[in-house]
Ligand binder design. Structure first.
Ligand code: C2E
Ligand code: MG
Ligand code: MG
Length: 413
């Protein structure tokens, strides 16, 4: 019966952006189905205008999926919509044969289109996003102004949903653009916080902590979280890591550098390339644990070449997240970094002390070592040392500082 509305190219949206991901897609599909059934039509769709084409974003056309499906597109010039928007065709055509302009458009006979209702979807700024449309191959003389009114109500609801998705997408794109600027302009640097061994008590390494230059100042975890939410967290982490490890060349062996990476970035597979040519025995990779790890086997596999080359793996912030024990069992790290929440008042809080002691016991049994983070007081330090913590880090032992200060701490520069 139908020739097809998809036009060419068929399928996919050819990389056109502005789709209607999940949230809005589901409710739109229901709205389309409701209108189509109400009007007794065969096809209902929402289109988006993108660069002279209409992209069919949501479609309800049971049994006609080969004819029209989400992602198909067609030049606007082939369609009714530019004429409807310009007032040359009405929004309601109970019988397209009665309109010479509609009759003259090849699509009318080709699809065919007998009855057609279509109203623009207007975003809050007045811009026409696309059309909310229903059609049938047969004329339908019963269609009337009230039906058109129903279409308008649904088009308004669609506009509301779409504008929400649009606003979120624009905010995401703005963040991604800002992150790209930060990467391209290298608007970040590092502070190096000393890590000291307990026996003998001396600086043995530094954690490279990123500092982003743009104002207002925000801590690095906020930057990375935002970048991940905008889909460019891995790019940012890799860009930062490339520079974080530069300090290795400026610090004498065997002083190590500890760098941070999320499981997503490790799984991305770029790190062996980023670290190529470095003295890997002096590199510690801290796996941050702010997100669930979907596939530990894959993560172990991604870490394997780094470990094989001599890098050590640390679990960062252990004791902070609900899954950190699982993380430890799955990844078998060389180092467990006690979260500063556990360090804080470990001297006076029996439960924290018991947990820290249990982790120290685990470390001894499994051959890894404990580094306590965020040590601020002599009492915390003394307690952790007595529990058998191998290394410590915190304001008491040294604040994050510049590279020149780090070099002085290890007797160079
Ligand atoms: P983290 O890796 O657990 O780093 C320790 C954080 O605790 C650092 O905050 C450090 O400045 C702070 N800190 C150290 N000692 C003390 C202390 O005694 N008391 C207190 N109150 N704080 C202390 P910072 O530099 O703001 O970093 C926050 C988080 O941002 C890091 O936590 C890490 O998860 C992330 N981060 C920092 N740099 C990078 C990076 O280059 N890449 C990635 N992926 N994440 C990074
Ligand atoms: Mg860390
Ligand atoms: Mg930490």
């Amino acid at each position: 019966m139908f020739d097809g509305l998809a036009g060419s190219p068929k399928g996919g949206d050819g990389g056109l952006d502005g789709g209607l991901p999940g949230l809005c897609g589901g409710s739109l599909r229901h709205q389309l189905a409701a209108v189509r059934k109400h009007l007794g039509m065969e096809v209902a769709f929402v289109s988006q205008f993108v660069g002279g084409r209409a992209v069919f974003r949501e479609v309800d056309a049971p049994g006609l999926e080969a004819l029209i499906k989400p992602g198909d597109q067609r030049p606007l010039a082939d369609l009714y919509c530019p004429h409807i928007l310009a007032g040359r065709l009405p929004e309601l055509m109970a019988d397209t044969a009665r309109y010479p302009l509609a009759r003259s458009l090849p699509i009318t006979a080709a699809v065919p289109i007998g009855a057609h209702l279509s109203v623009p979807i207007r975003l809050p700024d007045g811009q026409a996003y696309g059309m909310f449309c229903c059609f049938s191959p047969h004329p339908n003389p019963s269609l009337n102004a009230r039906d058109l009114q129903v279409m308008r109500v649904f088009a308004d609801m669609a506009a509301h949903d779409i504008s929400r998705v649009h606003a979120a997408e624009q905010a995401r794109a703005a963040v991604a653009a800002r992150i790209e600027q930060v990467i391209a302009g290298r608007q970040f640097g590092f502070r190096y916080q000393p890590i000291l061994s307990m026996q003998p008590f001396q600086v043995v390494g530094f954690e490279a902590l990123c500092r982003f230059a743009p104002e207002p100042h925000r801590t690095p975890d906020v930057w990375f979280e935002e970048a991940h939410a905008a889909g460019c967290g891995e790019r940012l982490e890799v860009a930062v890591l490339r520079h974080a490890v530069e300090a290795l060349r400026l610090l004498p062996a065997p002083v190590f550098i500890s760098v941070n990476a999320s499981p997503a970035t490790i799984l991305g597979g770029a790190l062996p390339g980023v670290f190529a040519g470095l003295p890997m025995q002096r590199l510690v990779l801290e796996v941050t644990e702010h997100a669930q790890v979907p596939d530990y086997a894959a993560l172990r596999e991604a870490l394997a070449p780094l470990r094989h080359a001599g890098a050590k793996v640390a679990i960062d912030d252990a004791g902070a997240g609900y899954s950190s024990l699982h993380h430890i069992l799955q990844l078998r790290p060389d180092i467990i970094k006690l979260d500063m929440g556990l360090t804080r008042s470990v001297d006076s809080d029996p439960a924290k002390r018991a947990l820290a002691a249990a982790l120290c016991h685990f470390a001894r049994e499994t051959g890894c070592e404990i580094v306590a983070e965020g040590i601020e007081t002599e009492a915390e330090f003394a307690t952790l040392e007595s529990l058998g913590v191998a290394k410590g880090q915190g304001y008491l032992l040294g604040r994050p500082g510049d590279l020149a200060t780090a070099r002085e701490m290890v007797g160079v520069g």
